[in-house]
Design a protein around this ligand. Structure first.
Ligand SMILES: Nc1ncnc2c1ncn2[C@@H]1O[C@H](COP(=O)(O)OP(=O)(O)O)[C@@H](O)[C@H]1O
Ligand SMILES: [Mg+2]
Length: 334
C-alpha cells in the first residue's frame, strides 16, 4: 500500500487551475519533498490531501483511505502543520498541546505522557509553561510541529515548515524533522521553496510549477540526469590568447560547450576528470597560467531551471512580496 496516492487530481478556483491533473505515489516511510515557487499549488494539493478542500476532479488517498469519501479515516491517520503559524499565542505551549489533543480526541490517560514526549522531541521543556506569544518564530514552529505529532499520525504534512526562518533555525527544524522520521517511522510530505532543503532532506522530490508536476525523482538521479558537470577557470595572464585557447579547448574530446563571461571560461562536459588535465596541458603549451579552477556538479537549481524554464529564486521573491502585501492588506481590512 502507498502512504499517499494521487491520481489525475485537479483543483480549479473558478476558471483558474491551481492544481492541474497531477498524479504521484508516495511510499510508506518516505520523506517526500514538494518543491515549487509560491503560487505553484503546493498548499492547495496539501489541503486536498488533508481533506480541507475538495478536488474539482481526480482521486487521492492517504493510507488507503479516499480523501473525499473517507475523510474522517484520513484525518485519523494524518498530522498537518499548516504554512501559517497555528498556535494560540495566549496559551502556553503546554496548553496548546492539551487543546490539540482534545481536538484529536485522544484518550485522556494518554494526554500527559504524549505531551511530555513531543515537548522533549522539539526541545521546548523550558518554555512549555510560558505563553506562546513570548516564543521566537522558530519556537512557534516547533510547537506547531509538536501539535501535529501529538496523536502520532502515520503521515505528517508539513507545509513550508521553515519559511521565514533564519538559516540556523531552518537547519534546526530539519534536525527535528529527521528525528521525527527516524523515531516514529512516519511518512513525511514536506513542501518547500528552498532548493537546499529539498535536496538535503528528502528521499524524493516532486517539482511543481503552475499546478503541474514537472518531474519526480531522487535529487541524486535528477542532478545526474542533467549530464554535464561544469569546469570554470580564469587566467592570470594571456588574456590576448583567450580566443585561441577557447578554440583549442573546443577540440578536446568530451568537451560539449565552452562559454566565456568576463574573465571566466566555463566548460560543460560529462567527463570532467578526462578534460581537466588536457586543459592544463593546453595552457602550459600556450605559455599561459591558470589562476583558479573549479569543478561544479549540477544542482537542484539547474534541474529546476531545466524543467520549468525559470529560476525558482527570482520568482519566489517577487511573489513573496506580493503575498506580504496581500497579508498586510488583509490585516488592515482592505
Ligand atoms: N481559495 C482560493 N481562491 C482562489 N485562488 C486561490 C485560492 N487558494 C489558492 N489560490 C491560487 O491558487 C494558486 C496556488 O496556490 P497555493 O496552492 O497556495 O500555492 P503554493 O502553496 O505553492 O504557494 C495561487 O495562484 C493562488 O493564488
Ligand atoms: Mg503554500
Amino acid at each position: 500500500m502507498h502512504a499517499i496516492k494521487v491520481d489525475s487530481l485537479s483543483k480549479n478556483f473558478e476558471k483558474f487551475k491551481a492544481v492541474d491533473n497531477i498524479s504521484f505515489q508516495i511510499e510508506e516511510g518516505e520523506i517526500f519533498g514538494f518543491l515549487g515557487p509560491n503560487g505553484a499549488g503546493k498548499s492547495t494539493t496539501m489541503m486536498i490531501l488533508t481533506t480541507l478542500l475538495k478536488p474539482t476532479s481526480g482521486n487521492a488517498s492517504v493510507q488507503g483511505f479516499d480523501v473525499v469519501t473517507q475523510a474522517k479515516k484520513v484525518r485519523e491517520n494524518i498530522g498537518y502543520v499548516q504554512q501559517e503559524i497555528g498556535v494560540d499565542e495566549y496559551l502556553t505551549g503546554r496548553e496548546n498541546l492539551v487543546f490539540q489533543s482534545r481536538i484529536s480526541q485522544m484518550p485522556k490517560d494518554l494526554v500527559e505522557s504524549r505531551i511530555d514526549e513531543v515537548i522533549s522531541l522539539v526541545e521546548l521543556e523550558e518554555k512549555q509553561n510560558e505563553a506562546a506569544i513570548t516564543y521566537s518564530g522558530g519556537m512557534r514552529k516547533r510547537l506547531d510541529i509538536a501539535c501535529g505529532l501529538i496523536h502520532r499520525p502515520k503521515v505528517l504534512f508539513l507545509d513550508e515548515p521553515t519559511v521565514g526562518l533564519d538559516i540556523q533555525t531552518r537547519r534546526k527544524i530539519w534536525e527535528y524533522i529527521r528525528k521525527i522520521h527516524k523515531e516514529f517511522e512516519m511518512t513525511l510530505f514536506v513542501s518547500t521553496h528552498y532548493m537546499e532543503e529539498a535536496d538535503k532532506l528528502c528521499d524524493r522530490v516532486g517539482i511543481i510549477d503552475y499546478g503541474k508536476i514537472q518531474v519526480i525523482d531522487t535529487p541524486e538521479i535528477m542532478k545526474n540526469a542533467m549530464g554535464n558537470d561544469m569546469i570554470s577557470f580564469s587566467l592570470i595572464d594571456g588574456i590576448a590568447k583567450q580566443d585561441e585557447l577557447i578554440n583549442r579547448i573546443k577540440q578536446i574530446e568530451f568537451v560539449n560547450q565552452v562559454t566565456r563571461k568576463q574573465g571566466e571560461i566555463t566548460i560543460k562536459s560529462s567527463q570532467c576528470s578526462e578534460v581537466i588535465p588536457k586543459i592544463f596541458q593546453t595552457t602550459t603549451e600556450m605559455g599561459i597560467e591558470i589562476d583558479s579552477l573549479s569543478l561544479n556538479k549540477p544542482t537542484l537549481d539547474d534541474v529546476f531551471i531545466s524543467y520549468t524554464g525559470h529560476n525558482l529564486r527570482d520568482d519566489t521573491t517577487q511573489k513573496l512580496n506580493k503575498r506580504k502585501e496581500f497579508n498586510l492588506n488583509r490585516r488592515r481590512g482592505l
